[in-house]
Ligand binder design. Structure first.
Ligand code: GLA
Length: 400
């Protein structure tokens, strides 16, 4: 089911984009990057109603809700069959979606769901092709607040069949499919976050806001290993100008707490998603979350960087050897700086001399080290020691 994600991008002229909506119109939701939890990264196709309720309970019990995580998103594999009127029913894992949505709402949370423009979803379940308006109305009747809309079978079953060997025409078909669901969602009158999942095809960041996207995937799927996470991070450099309130680049859901990521890697992953103004959709096993993972996911200072009201995505300012320096401008003239040792050897930064001049800063800068919580003063060319895949994340309230 991940095969579609690895297909190469086709690059087309922006002129082909259907101008159904401007980013400004999409601003009623997702004014800051959406925060919540999604079932896929931990449960994949095994997720059940019970797991979603447990996730909602734990989002509250762990303090994650108070830290800003609001959406509980059901990913693929909830879908059953359509009846004679075309109405989609849930499968046996989700006996009553309305009751589940009511339960999630009763916790002060919001609920998301998943579908796609093709006949089938990535997991081979029922997609929305030909039933877009009907499905949007169904979601609204359940009280759904967020839709992730995933291409998958739309590529071979619609794009390639309708326009064989014509990439330009295929991309038009793709834009139209997303615009169609956006229109259907808007017609319900319910504010529903619209998340485009099409792996960055055709430079999604250039056209997704025009088809109503509040966020759009920029790459193929994430996995809980450093090489994949770093490969995704590398593909975000340069995309900063496309993000802003109501419309965000999506480097995929968080793997914090999953797989064999070290504590440093979890911290760096979370720090970079904050710098990137990326959606913070945790994807870990909430009922069994370790305290050190909870500490990362609920770090108020780091979340404040991610949720900063200016809504400006950060950028990679420079790299030297195996160290990268990213910054993000924040409201009130503040600045976040992330220095990351992306090398596999813990001594690869030994020592790294941070150039403040390259960041446009002059003289010593007083700030806060967001992972120790302690004050820190950065000086020009100061030597820094960073372990492999670790990060120094600093907030400077009054940069000079
Ligand atoms: C694709 C998406 C994933 C997930 C799965 C579900 O691979 O990119 O995020 O939604 O489909 O089948």
């Amino acid at each position: 089911m991940r095969i579609f994600a690895s297909l190469s991008l086709a690059v087309l002229a922006l002129a082909l984009v259907p101008a159904t909506q401007t980013p400004a119109q999409a601003q009623a939701v997702a004014q800051t990057p959406p925060m919540g939890w999604n079932s896929w990264n931990f449960f994949a196709e095994k997720v059940t109603d019970k797991d979603i309720r447990a996730a909602a309970d734990n989002l509250v019990a762990t303090g994650m809700k108070d830290a800003g995580y609001i959406y509980i998103n059901i990913d693929d594999t909830w879908e059953g069959q359509r009846d004679a009127s075309g109405i989609l029913h849930t499968n046996a894992k989700f006996p009553d979606m309305k009751a589940l949505a009511d339960y999630v709402h009763s916790k002060g949370l919001k609920i998301g769901i998943y579908s796609g423009p093709g006949p089938k979803t990535c997991g081979g379940f029922e997609g929305s092709l030909g039933h877009e308006a009907q499905d949007a109305q169904l979601y609204a009747s359940w009280g759904i607040d967020y839709l992730k809309y995933d291409m998958c079978s739309f590529i071979p079953e619609v794009m390639e069949k309708q326009a064989p060997n014509d990439k330009a025409a295929q991309m038009h078909i793709m834009y139209d499919a997303y615009a169609k669901m956006d229109k259907a969602l808007k017609a319900t009158g319910r504010p529903i976050v619209f998340s485009l999942c099409q792996y960055g095809w055709d430079a999604s960041w250039e056209w997704a806001p025009q088809v109503g996207g509040n966020l759009w995937r920029t790459t193929g799927d994430i996995s809980p290993d450093w090489d994949r996470i770093y490969s995704i991070v590398s593909q975000q450099a340069g995309l900063e100008k496309y993000a802003g309130p109501g419309h965000w680049n999506d480097p995929d859901m968080l793997e914090v707490g999953n797989g064999k990521l070290t504590l440093a890697e979890n911290r760096t992953h979370f720090s970079l998603w904050a710098i990137l103004a990326a959606p913070l959709l945790a994807g870990n096993d909430l009922p069994n979350m370790k305290p050190e993972i909870k500490a990362i996911l609920t770090s108020r200072d780091v979340i404040a960087i991610n949720q900063d009201s200016l809504g400006k995505q950060g950028s990679r300012v420079y790299s030297e050897g195996e160290t990268e320096v990213w910054t993000r401008p924040l409201a009130g003239g503040a600045l976040a700086i992330a220095v990351v040792n992306v090398g596999d050897n813990r001594y690869s930064t030994h020592p790294f001399h941070l150039s403040l001049a390259k960041l446009g800063l002059h003289g010593p800068q007083a700030g806060k080290d967001l992972w120790t919580g302690k004050p820190i003063t950065l000086t020009d060319n100061q030597p820094l020691e960073l372990a492999s895949h670790d990060v120094l994340l600093v907030r400077i309230d009054a940069p000079k």
